[in-house]
Design a protein around this ligand. Structure first.
Ligand SMILES: Nc1ncnc2c1ncn2[C@@H]1O[C@H](COP(=O)(O)OP(=O)(O)OP(=O)(O)O)[C@@H](O)[C@H]1O
Length: 317
């Protein structure tokens, strides 16, 4: 990828808070049209990275380029091409939903008629038409988050940065937010999405960087990340009673790491490898054991994180 194709390029970023190294020699490059996921537990440095990109924080070392140009605190022409949805809801309590979206849009768009159209579109986009005249205090947490998004995207930015936009929202708003991001991307926006919810990142992101202690511990597509580890699928089979001899035969299969029974279910954790499910069912079939439901779950991004760091992504969540 040439430098000009990169919407965001970070080289060797270091940010310290006193003795704490919050971002530790981080480099990344994000191409136009990507939904780039920054995944990591709380405190791993995601927000600090975002705030450095936006020049809201000064940093100790490193280069940041946006749209092929160096990003500086005074790069207003670059900043207007970015939409930010911050982690904390940041809206004006005294203004209505419509007035809030309009005042953020007015930072970048002077023409009133055009702005009216953009504000209408943004409010419709997040599904807040019925709440246009409401002040933020009257909105639920999920609706507030949607207002926060409308404020960030109304001026049609090319790069949208969303910092954990679904924390503490109801399932309906979560779905609305996720499908909204998919639509923004389909319309051409490049998106940076930070989260500690691996399911969201897996659904949305074309590429993922897993962070821990300010460092990149792994990056790639979800499938590439899963391919990097030795953990394979988890197999569950409804078996009722099962004698120890059959269990031992399952355990002796090539790629089986552990096999246990619990409440009538056989649970098998495999190492990565082909035919694991067929091999396990083969043992049961050969033993003449009737079985019921069979579930095979591929490894998750949490398994990637666990294998690389020895901890679960949600340990601290
Ligand atoms: N203003 C600050 N002063 C001192 N330390 C800070 C400050 N802001 C963040 N930190 C520390 O820097 C580290 C990275 O924090 P950061 O907020 O970037 O992580 P994060 O991955 O975004 O976490 P979260 O999911 O909680 O937002 C943490 O150890 C945090 O405690």
């Amino acid at each position: 990828m040439g430098a000009c194709d990169a919407v965001v390029r970070i080289d060797n970023l270091v940010k310290r808070y006193g003795d704490l190294v919050a971002v530790d020699h981080l480099s990344l490059s994000i191409a136009r049209g990507e939904v780039f996921g920054l995944l990591g537990p709380n405190g791993s440095g995601k927000t600090t990275t975002i705030n450095c990109i936006l020049q809201l924080l000064s940093y100790d070392h490193g280069d940041i380029q946006l749209f092929g140009e160096p990003m500086r605190p005074t790069s207003y022409q670059l900043k207007r091409r970015i939409g930010v949805v911050p982690q904390e809801v940041a809206v004006f309590d005294e203004l209505t939903v419509r007035e809030n979206v309009d005042s953020f849009c007015a930072l970048y768009v002077g023409d009133r008629a055009l702005r009216r159209e953009l504000v209408n579109d943004a409010i419709a986009f997040v599904g807040l038409e019925k709440f246009e005249g409401f002040r933020p205090k009257k909105l639920s947490g999920g609706l507030l988050r949607r207002l926060n998004i409308a404020c960030g995207i109304a001026h049609r930015p090319e790069l949208i940065i969303m910092d954990e936009p679904t924390v503490a929202v109801d399932p309906q708003s979560r779905e609305s937010i996720l499908s909204g991001i998919e639509r923004l991307n389909a319309e051409g926006a490049t998106v940076i999405y930070t989260s500690h919810y691996m399911e969201e990142v897996e659904r949305l992101c074309s590429r993922i960087m897993i962070m821990d202690h300010g460092r990149c511990v792994a990056s790639g597509t979800a499938d590439e990340l899963k391919g990097m580890i030795g953990t394979g699928e988890k197999i569950s089979v409804e078996v009722g009673r099962m004698d120890e001899g059959i269990l031992e035969r399952v355990r002796s299969l090539d790629h089986v790491r552990t096999a246990e029974t619990d409440g009538g279910m056989l649970r098998v954790q495999c190492a990565s490898g082909a035919h694991n499910l067929a091999d396990v069912l083969g043992v049961l079939g050969d033993a003449g054991l009737a079985y019921g439901r069979v579930l095979s779950e591929p490894p998750t991004l949490n398994d990637v994180f666990l294998e690389i760091t020895g901890r679960a992504l949600r340990d601290e969540a």
